[in-house]
Structures are given as C-alpha cells and as structure tokens.
Design a protein around this ligand. Sequence first.
Ligand SMILES: [Zn+2]
Ligand SMILES: [Zn+2]
Length: 274
Amino acid sequence: MKVKFYGVRGSLPVCGREFERFGGNTTCIRILREKVNRIAIIDAGTGIRNLGKEIIKAGLSHQIINILFTHFHWDHIQGLPFFPPAYNANQKIGILATGRRGKINNLKEIFTLQMQEDYFPIHLDAMGAQFEFLTYGDKETLFGAVVTTVAQHHLHAGGSYGIRVEDESVSLVICTDVEHMDGIDPNIVNLARDADMLIHDGQYTKEEYKKFKGWGHSAWEDAVKVAIQANVKQLIITHHDPDHNDDFLDSMEKECQSIFPNSLFAKEGMEVVV
Ligand SMILES: [Zn+2]
Ligand SMILES: [Zn+2]
C-alpha cells in the first residue's frame, strides 16, 4: 500500500514562501493499493485539485474513484468543486461515510449545499460525473480491504471519524481532526493497535494546546502517546496549523523524532510505503 499526501494543512489553506516545503493545501490523502490497482481518497480538501489533475494526466481508468470523508468541515470538502474527474461524464465517484450508517440523514445534501448558487456557479448535479453517496457501518469490506471506523472527539463526540484500512497484511490508520480530551482516548489506541502506520492530527504543540483546548485538535505529543500505547510502527503527523511555517514545523518534527524516531511530519507531495 502506498500513501501520498496532497494536502497536509489544517483549517485553512495558506500560501507564501514560508510554507513552501510543507505545503499549503488542506487535507487530502491518496491511498494506492498496487496489487489491485485501486485508489481511495481520504477527504477532499484543497489538495484534491492537484490529485485530480494527476489522475487525468496519468489516464488511469479507475472504474470508480472513492472519496471517504472523515467529516465535512470546510478544510476537508472545499476542493471537491475543483476535482477535475468530477466533470467527466464517464467517471463514477463514490462519496463515502464509513461508520455513519443511520447517522447521516442526507449525505448528498451536505455537498449540494456547498455548491448552491450563492456559493459556486456549478451545481453538484451539473458537474457531470456519476456520483454515488454511500454510508457504511463500523466495519466493512470495501473492494477487498477491511475498513474499520470509530467516532472521534472533534468539538463534540462523533465530530469526526478515525479510519483503519487493512489490506494484504498491512494496516494504515488515519486519525485527523481528533482531540484527546481527558487523557488519551482508548478508542483511538484500539483503532491504531499494532498498525504499520498511524497518520495523526498534530496541529499544536503541548504548550499551544493549553490555549486551544476544546478546539478539536491534538498536540503532536498526544499523537506520540497514541503511537507508543498502540505499538504503532510509524507515525506521521498532519493537519498542520496555518500559523506554523516551515521552520517551525521542522523544529516540531525534530523534537517529535527525538521521542519517537520513526516519525515524520507530512509534507505535500510526500509518498510513503506502508
Ligand atoms: Zn480539519
Ligand atoms: Zn474538522
């Protein structure tokens, strides 16, 4: 399994020279399962625009492109209107919300609203691609991969969802937009148990977190605690704060690696093998 980051910024896209190395686009991760030649996309932040251009350039014929959403905050959906494959009438696109069967009234409406006339000139139904909107249970086999989903604390319980993907004996866990309110959330540790790779929110430092308790995000130190408690092999920190420039992220990464050596701070364009 290969993972590529197309957006690693949290909350809001940023631009400027001081953000060039880590990148300014918001959350979008592509998972490639090479043996079956399938991709899955996690979240449609502004990074999905570049991913869409790459898909078209490569001429890959993915029968269906599945986009699985951790939740629907702007920084995780805002790129969808700019996803070029969504304008191709032959393209099938699955909009997926795992772990939320029976919890979402109308998944399509969430995306229709952000594209209504007042906000965007093209209506969702006018884009062209054949969309499917699907909610799933907590544990599902999707295209041969086992996907487990747990509710996370993000502003409130169930404000976002953590995902574990298991495929051909490798395991990848993605927990972004998660806050550990009173100690490390045992549900997140269970989800990440013995994972080959954990991608975890680390928007703040421990010191900053004191000011931002209740804002829905983690200090990188908490991500390290999850990785250690869950016996994770590799940790990748993402959802970087829009106020953290490259030099600051470098220093956070160094400190993180001094405690958990097999860790990285995600950079836009970075590809890693799980
Ligand atoms: Zn976010
Ligand atoms: Zn969020």
